[in-house]
Design a protein around this ligand. Structure first.
Ligand SMILES: [Zn+2]
Ligand SMILES: [Zn+2]
Length: 380
């Protein structure tokens, strides 16, 4: 049953403006309205056709979908998918569901909770926590999702083996019925097929005609190196199976990265506070620090290093998503004052103190010079 082109039906050009379409529809609706054509079956049919055409063309999103895929864009379930003829869905990596999302949005029953009209499967959410090291390297996570899957016995159609769902006689496959109330036309979901457009005469024994079964499925999810905390990964079509062959929902993986005991992440950079012995800070030396990839690196500490000083180690930070680059690592020196000194150490430090000369503690000297000035001012 070849359907007439929506633009032709309304007698407008393909590039017609929203206003032109509205005007054309109004004119034709007046002409073919059932109230004016009592008992005229042809007029009634025509009225239905132009209403359907207008329904699509008045809506920007639906019109875009129609321009791209033709009538196939609005058929439910499997039949609908077939309408995308020639479109490459790839290996399940986002193809169909992405397009679906973008093009149809709420029209096909909504993303959230897969509307009753389309029977689209529910979207599922899965919370996954990984370590910072895994976020750095990338990882493969096995995700077990309690879900519904398409029934094997009937390939998801819901019809018993050897039978097929048939076009719903109540709505002729439209999934919607129209009722006249005076001048108004009220459209509602077909009560016979619940909007599916098809009915099952002989339901599948395994799934009772639903076309899907409860089952836990395990998915391997590749987490790319460099992912951020809070990343949402969408696995198109991995949500719950749709009702009787309708499209499945999507699975959303909500990724959390567990706090690390040593490293703090800041985008592509990693920060690490490293305690440095007072003597090393004063005399200079090296300290070894761990790196996110599991090795270690040496940091040269120049003589006179102060607490809070930052050392930048280029290219030792986090990996950057979809890139060969890496961020930097920042080492913050925390000079450690020794505790539990032996008698000998105490003596040496006292000796150290008296052996000192002016200028060895510039910060203290600067600070107390300012304090002194303050006190002098107060005397006035
Ligand atoms: Zn079945
Ligand atoms: Zn129906």
């Amino acid at each position: 049953m070849a359907k007439q082109d929506y633009y032709e039906l309304l007698g407008v050009a393909k590039g017609a403006s929203a206003d032109e379409i509205k005007k054309a529809y109004r004119k034709m609706a007046m002409q073919y309205h059932p109230d004016r054509n009592q008992g005229d079956k042809d007029a009634e049919h025509k009225f239905k056709e132009i209403s359907e055409a207008y329904d699509v063309l008045k809506d920007e999103q639906k019109r875009a979908a129609y321009d791209r895929f033709g009538h196939g864009a609005f058929e439910n379930g499997r039949g609908g998918a077939g309408g995308f003829g020639g479109f490459d869905f790839g290996g399940g990596g986002g193809g169909f569901a992405d397009i679906f999302d973008e093009m149809f949005g709420e029209f096909m029953g909504g993303r959230r909770g897969g509307g009753a009209a389309s029977g689209r499967g529910q979207d599922l959410r899965y919370n996954l926590e990984i370590g910072l090291e895994e976020a750095f390297k990338g990882t493969t996570a096995n995700v077990r999702v309690p879900s519904t899957v398409a029934c094997d016995s009937c390939s998801g159609s819901g019809a018993a083996a050897g039978t097929q769902p048939v076009t719903c006689p109540t709505c002729q496959g439209h999934g919607k019925v129209r009722a006249q109330q005076g001048f108004f036309t009220i459209e509602r979901t077909c009560p016979a097929c619940h909007g599916q457009g098809r009915v099952i005469k002989d339901p599948c024994k395994s799934c009772g005609g639903a076309g899907r079964l409860r089952k836990e499925k395990t998915l391997q999810v590749n987490i790319p190196a460099g992912v951020e905390d809070g990343t949402r990964i969408r696995l198109a079509g991995e949500g719950e199976a749709g009702l009787r062959g309708a499209p499945p929902g999507d699975l959303y993986i909500f990724l959390a990265i567990a706090p690390h005991p040593i490293f703090q992440r800041d985008g592509a950079n990693i920060h690490c506070r490293v305690p440095i012995p007072m003597t090393t800070a004063a005399l200079g030396g090296t300290v070894e620090v761990p790196t996110i990839e599991g090795s270690r690196t040496k940091v040269t500490v120049p003589p006179g290093t102060q607490s809070g000083h930052q050392f930048r180690i280029k290219g030792k930070g986090m990996s950057v998503l979809r890139s060969q680059q890496r961020g930097d690592m920042y080492i913050q020196a925390v000079v450690e004052t020794p505790v539990n000194l032996t008698k000998k150490q105490q003596e040496l430090l006292r000796e150290f103190d008296t052996a000192g000369k002016e200028g060895s503690h510039p910060q203290s000297e600067g600070f107390f010079a300012k304090v002194k000035e303050l006190w002098e001012d107060l005397k006035d």
